[in-house]
Write a protein that binds this ligand. Sequence first.
Ligand code: ADP
Length: 402
Amino acid sequence: MEYLDRLIAINQMLSSELELKPQLKSILSKVVEMLSCDAASIMFYDEDEELLNFSVSVGAESDELAAIPIPVEGSIAGLIFTQRTPMIINDVPKNPDYFTVVEERTGYQVRSLLGVPIIIRERTIGVLEGLNKIEGEFTEADAQLLSLVAAQTSVAINNAHIIEELQQANEELRQADKLKADFMAVASHELRTPLGIILGYATFLKEEAKGEFSEHAGTVHAAAMRLRALLEDMTNMNLLYTGATELRLRPIQIQNMIKTIFDDISQMAKAVDYQLEFIPPSQDLWVNADERLQKVFENLLNNAIRFTPPKGEIVVRISATEGEILVEVQDSGIGIHPNEVERIFAHFYQVEHHMRRRYEGLGLGLAIARGMVDLHHGRIWAESDGPGKGSTFKVLLPRFAI
Ligand code: ADP
């Protein structure tokens, strides 16, 4: 029962401590107690050197031991390692495989020894040893117990490897992410100046040139405007990377902000084909927000028009509870499959494959919207009864008391 308690204690420790060496050290302290022995140590196999190295020990001088590599051939630990089996040796000095160098260097005399292999996924990676039973000899029961501890130890080591790999992968991802953000910042900045020139001349040509040429200039102008919208998306994405530190918060009356966008969009040439409705709240509602929050509603309204066939209905509704404001942008358009309602918020995600796309865009609009809403401690999501059944995008924002 006592053993069981200690095994459970080891297990609890494994889940509570992440650093490997302190964990191994605590395991060894428990081993010494459980086996009633003098010292314990863990050795790991070094594949390059083909040697066993002390990693941690208790009851014996760790630093000194660490400097003494143990050969795989000509040592008891090496035998346990290659034969992958526990060994009890109660008269160590007489054993032909005893590697005497450790004793010569440290002065620590080994009388009896119990060692078991440490195996991770079929691969032996080291040896766990208990040394010098205080009274009597190491027994079969001790060996079984130590094998259990070795199995737990391998779990700890495995976890530590997985965590290390995860941390490394995380760091690589972070760097890739930063590279992407830096690239977007530089690209969007550098493209702005030449684009400004193209836009300026295209506007001039559109007005000054005659007939067909004016039309061509109009096409260039429209394309450059689209490019400008894309650049704006890239810049906004970058704001999301740099995060909340860049936000300039001030109280904004939400219905004014959204009504302005609604009116602008209602005046777009395409919008005349739609039945647009704006349902304001019954009272003034304020949010503490950056002006760029308006990008959220621009994107939602633009999408509502782009993904709704002409003659469709688009309703913007603003309401509130005591603490929150709800903005709904509802359309009677192409709708969204249940599998897609969450995915559409991912960067560069578009339901239609880009080669077959009827709708232009980068697939960034909703990612920007979500990022922006997150920065304002709100929530945004989509609801739809499925393809052809229209969609409603909902934005919940904390209400600012004025
Ligand atoms: P983009 O519009 O540039 O493709 P978004 O992030 O704004 O990027 O939208 C991602 C995808 O979500 C769109 O490509 C479209 O498939 C889907 N989507 C967005 N808004 C609607 C809507 N109102 N109705 C149906 N599908 C929509």
